[in-house]
Design a protein around this ligand. Structure first.
Ligand code: LAC
Ligand code: ZN
Length: 468
């Protein structure tokens, strides 16, 4: 944290209050407290003021002022980042996008929508569904996370295995740069071969390059049918082996999720979900197929069932009703929340080429034994994306804060050896920065710094995140 930012003065507060009105600028203790936490609840860093602009011009005026006065600005969506990206490390301004909550237009002719970044993911998906349209990215936080934050993190979710992550759906962005300049990054077209791809540069940039104020999304027609099954395995590694075999048989499921026994047990413990899991079950795969023709989907399920049998699957539960589907999805979606209810934990977002998943799981468990930690593994197996939650339980502070970091590093080294990387969908933010030396060479860092300089010469935007 070498950069020095200016502390906010009464004159600055007066500027912001005049610009946004008293209901747009908050420096009372309660607000500063709320916006100093993030989802992980382990870290706290208090902003000096919280600003809630409602339009692009206000964002532009805020950034222009902060740039001139060298005040740090941390953009914040719903605060659900799993890498502490919205934590105002250098205090200064938290710029909340919560008032940017309008769906501006749903274009049913072109299958596109223009929205503001503070729209909640699930609300947007439900609104476009009214027109028979589909916005697939469905992170676990979809009920509360904002679309702008989803772009900032390149968020995924179970549907990504067939439909891709957020980045596949972003066509064009209105962005305010640190200087206050406003640009559109591209065009509202499905193709664009016109210069550098600034749109995709913004995706995953975690608020370090600019503030997104409008989004043009691509939409697709909603498939009419889906089938869902829960496959039980006596061996977690066998379950992982099955994943790539399903694709090799020519099937691309619309979701292919993995949960090891510990994840299932924690979810059942902390939620009212009525599913009996026999003793012998070591892991589940949750497999969904979707499309417009039920007979094709049943045939796909036959192919999948044959693969499951060949790989030692002990039992398949086929969801017979919407209620049963909902129960199975809750079993999967509630894992993260349940782990959190159980213990303090570290959230690692490992990702490898999908056929390497069994090796990754084995490595995680071996590392856990070596360092004495309990890991709960689950996630988007079809994407080779395994969430590894390391539980604190009764581990002492020294181990928790220092020793096990070496274990996490070993897990990430394994990811790299297997051709993977250290985050599939949660981002680097602040919490994962200490491991980026494994994946960023000095050349990468040089390029990153030059890009940063071009967008944000005084480094006021989300300082201290992704890289120094
Ligand atoms: C999930 C979140 C943690 O997949 O990414 O549940
Ligand atoms: Zn996930």
């Amino acid at each position: 944290m070498s950069i020095e930012f200016k502390t906010i003065t009464p004159q600055d507060i007066s500027f912001f209050t005049t610009l946004l009105g008293p209901s747009g600028a908050f420096s009372d203790a309660e607000n500063l407290d709320v916006y100093g936490w993030d989802y992980m609840h382990e870290l706290f860093s208090k902003p000096e003021i919280v600003l809630k602009p409602s339009n692009t011009e206000e964002v532009s005026a805020i950034l222009k002022y902060c740039n001139e006065h060298e005040i740090a600005v941390t953009a914040r969506g719903a605060g659900t980042s799993l890498s502490s990206a919205a934590l105002p490390l250098h205090h200064g301004v938290v710029l909340s996008l919560e008032r940017f909550n309008k769906i501006i237009n749903i274009d049913t002719e072109n299958l596109q929508a223009t929205v503001e970044p503070g729209v909640i993911n699930e609300h947007f998906a439900n609104e476009v569904l009214k027109f028979g349209l589909f916005y697939p990215p469905d992170p676990a936080s979809k009920g509360s996370s904002f679309l702008g934050g989803n772009i900032a993190h390149s968020s995924g979710g179970p549907k990504a295995v067939k439909y891709g992550t957020t980045k596949e759906y972003v066509l064009n962005l209105e962005v305010v740069l640190a200087t206050g300049d406003i640009i559109w990054t591209g065009a509202n077209t499905l193709k664009n071969s016109t210069g550098y791809n600034l749109t995709q540069l913004m995706v995953g940039s975690e608020g370090t390059l600019g503030i997104i104020t409008k989004i043009v999304f691509k939409l697709i027609p909603k498939p009419k049918y889906n089938l869902l099954m829960l496959a039980a395995f006596g061996s977690a590694e066998k379950a992982c082996e099955t994943v790539s075999a399903i694709f090799r048989e020519g099937i691309t499921p619309s979701a292919l999720e993995f949960m090891e026994r510990d994840a299932i047990d924690l979810t059942l413990k902390h939620n009212d979900i009525n599913i009996a899991v026999p003793e012998w079950v070591a892991a589940h795969l949750l497999i969904e197929v979707d499309g417009n023709y039920p007979e094709t989907l049943y045939k796909d399920c036959d192919v999948i069932n044959a693969v499951l049998e060949k790989h030692g699957c002990g039992d398949v539960l086929f969801a017979e009703s919407d209620f049963e589907k909902e129960q199975l999805w809750r079993l999967r979606r509630k894992v993260a929340e349940s782990v959190r209810l159980e213990s303090a934990y570290k959230e690692e977002d490992t990702v490898v080429p999908r056929a390497s998943l069994p090796q990754l799981l084995r490595g995680v468990k071996e590392t856990g034994k070596k360092y004495g930690f309990r890991s709960v593994c689950y996630g988007h197996a079809g994407d080779g994306n395994l969430h590894v939650n390391i539980l604190k339980g009764d581990m002492d502070e020294e181990n928790w804060n220092h020793t096990i970091k070496a274990g996490i590093r070993e897990i990430f080294e394994l990811c790299k050896r297997l051709g993977g990387t250290i985050s599939g969908e949660h981002g680097i933010g602040f919490t994962q920065k200490g491991y980026t030396d494994l994946v960023f060479t000095p050349t990468h860092k040089h390029i990153f710094r030059e890009i940063k300089k071009a967008f944000d010469p005084k480094e006021i935007l989300n300082p201290g995140k992704i890289f120094d």
